[in-house]
Design a protein around this ligand. Structure first.
Ligand code: GLY
Length: 134
């Protein structure tokens, strides 16, 4: 697998995470296939298809205040024109009372190369337990 392809995919994936945190719908739409499928905690176990479900959160305006999303220990598996990107996503932000808060999730994001560029076509996110929540 070409190192450049791996780096390109990690850059694209990070751009996607930044667009989510900043409520940047134009960038999210640019990176996602219109038929994107997803499992994420917000959908309560349902498989979501298309972008409308995600648009709801962008209309709320993204995260307020300082925030940062990091892909920890990312792995890219290339299968022809499909890439499987897996990592732990670490989100840092600031609570309403000004305290720093962290949350984490396991993410799998699938990208497909079509018409000479990569499109985000599927993801699965599982939230990790918050410290002290058991
Ligand atoms: N909830 C949108 C995304 O994680 O892609």
């Amino acid at each position: 697998m070409g190192t450049n392809t791996t780096e390109d995919l990690l850059r694209l994936n990070q751009r996607l995470l930044v667009s989510i945190a900043e409520g940047d719908w134009a960038t999210y739409q640019e990176l996602c296939d219109p038929t994107l499928t997803a499992f994420e905690p917000e959908a309560l176990g349902q498989r979501v298809e298309g972008l409308e479900f995600h648009h709801f959160y962008f209309l709320l305006g993204g995260r307020a205040g300082k925030h940062q999303s990091t892909m920890c220990n990312p792995h890219v598996r290339l299968i022809g024109d499909v890439a499987v990107v897996t990592y732990i996503r670490l989100n840092q932000s600031v609570s309403a009372t000004g305290d720093p808060v962290s949350s984490g999730s396991q993410e799998t994001r699938i990208w497909q190369k079509k018409e000479g560029r990569w499109w985000h076509v599927h993801f699965h996110r599982t939230a990790l337990p918050q410290p002290g929540s058991d």
